[in-house]
Design a protein around this ligand. Structure first.
Ligand code: NAD
Length: 430
């Protein structure tokens, strides 16, 4: 049995979705008007397919008239889908969420169950606010309740389809018992399930939403630049942008631009971004996203250097993996490797040895930096105390074993796999 607390867009969809998959689900909401409508088979907001699912499931696998105490006692999983509105300072208001956690503890019988937060909360909220509260209530009530964070990615207007056919399921969980329960309820969805840390689960949700909001604001900023310059068919320009083949395919090649690294370089992106900022300003418009974009491209290199400085003594021999601005090219113009090596030299790292499958010679000729080069990856690894990967060449990925034989700073995240959280037994985290 599953109890869902909060029957808004997310909660009602979740409750009906699990009912449809064959689970018995209790739906609870503090808003009696909302519950009353649902009892009359009326969905209190517009969301396609939910009315049909409600007609099918209410009284079959979905129950509304059960008091919270009975619902929680009969359930292994309690999914919290209450609102997390924004406070005036931008932070998330956790009042409803923490109240719901409290309600569950009050109602619980003492048998192990898992509270699942599906409400959207900023990264670190479960670890720093919900988990300590659960632990405090655990002590107070002496009721074993596990915790999982399971952000929801559904879109209003497509909620039913998104929930029933998820492209991925993300679960932040720290104990094996809770993981087992979550595993059971998501089995019927036949989607990849990623078990990650609490912070990662929350971050993945915000990664998604803030990418979307940034893309929208980027598009609006570009439209404002276009209007200031004039003579541009803005909508037409965007429609033509959409024909770029990098949007298509699974995975779409555009995804490679939505991945962290150590900054963009080369002949086009840096100068063209700077030039558009400049021409927009000439036409009386200051583009904040593009200006911020250029600033981040500098800051990421300082961030890389600060990470090295925090861990590596200046006397170490640093092996630089990659000099070209991107893999598959020997172009070293405005390569992040150049700035990062210069910054390291300026910080007193005088023993730098570098290897690039294609760009050693041209880099040496162009920049004449006081570093040495090796002709093979093997030689670089042998000579270096620490390795710093700055260009995502396939050769590095193919020689994972070799390059991880020394401490590796993989600033292109080129060796990263899909995440897996270390899972502990419930008693180890209680
Ligand atoms: N709407 C979306 O598209 C969407 C998508 C993904 C995630 N989310 C997140 O999911 C959460 C819920 O969003 P929503 O749009 O469904 O919100 P909503 O406001 O439509 O629904 C929340 C419901 O929770 C009820 N509630 C509050 N406290 C309660 C308690 N203690 N016990 C039982 N019920 C209680 C409220 O009465 C309300 O009906 C939010 O954190 C939101 O950010 C929303």
């Amino acid at each position: 049995m599953i109890t869902v607390l909060g029957l808004g867009f997310v909660g009602l969809t979740t409750a009906l979705g699990f009912s449809k998959k064959g689970f018995k689900v209790y739906g609870i909401d503090v808003n009696q008007e909302r519950v009353e409508k649902l009892r009359g088979y009326e969905v209190p907001f517009y969301e396609p397919h939910l009315d049909e699912a409600l007609r099918q499931q209410l009284g079959h696998n979905f129950w509304l008239d059960v008091p919270l105490v009975e619902a929680v006692r009969n359930s292994k999983v309690i999914i919290l889908c209450v609102g997390t509105p924004g406070n005036p300072d931008g932070s998330a208001d956790l009042t409803y969420l923490l109240q719901a956690v409290h309600d569950v503890f009050e109602a619980s019988s003492g048998e192990f169950k898992v509270i699942v937060t599906k409400s959207t909360v900023p990264p670190s909220t479960v670890t720093n606010k919900v988990k300590p509260y659960v632990e405090e209530l655990n002590r107070q009530y002496n009721k074993p309740i596990g915790l999982a964070s399971n952000p929801e990615f559904l879109r209003e207007g497509y909620a039913w389809d998104d929930f029933m056919h998820p492209d991925r399921i993300v679960i932040g969980v720290e104990d094996e018992d809770s993981k087992e329960v979550l595993n059971e309820i998501y089995q019927p969805f036949h989607a990849p399930v990623h078990y990650v840390s609490f912070n990662s689960a929350e971050f993945i949700k915000y990664l998604s939403n803030t990418l979307l909001s940034t893309l929208i604001s980027f598009s609006n900023e570009m439209a404002m630049i276009a209007e200031h310059i004039g003579g541009i068919d803005v909508a037409g320009a965007f429609k033509i942008l959409h024909q770029d083949k990098r949007w298509f395919g699974a995975p779409a090649a555009m995804a490679s631009y939505v991945y962290p690294g150590c900054g963009y370089g080369g002949y086009c992106l840096p100068k063209d971004t700077a030039a558009l900022v400049s021409i927009a300003q000439e036409h009386g418009f200051t583009p904040h996203i593009l200006a911020g974009n250029l600033q981040i491209n500098e800051e990421i290199k300082d961030f890389v250097v600060s990470k090295i400085m925090a861990a590596v003594p200046a006397s170490s021999t640093i092996g630089i993996l990659g000099l070209a601005f991107k893999s598959g090219s020997d172009d070293v113009r405005l390569s992040p490797s150049k700035s990062i090596i210069e910054k390291l030299l300026a910080q007193g790292y005088s023993r730098i040895v570098a290897y690039d499958p294609m760009a050693n010679e041209i880099f040496a000729q162009e920049y004449g930096l006081p570093i040495t080069y090796t002709n093979t990856l093997e030689d670089l690894v042998e000579q270096a105390d620490e390795l710093v990967l700055l260009t995502g060449w396939p050769e590095f990925r193919q020689n994972k074993h070799l390059i991880t034989s020394k401490r590796l700073f993989d600033f292109r995240h080129t060796l990263a796999e899909l995440p897996q959280a270390p899972i502990l037994k419930a008693e180890e985290v209680a």
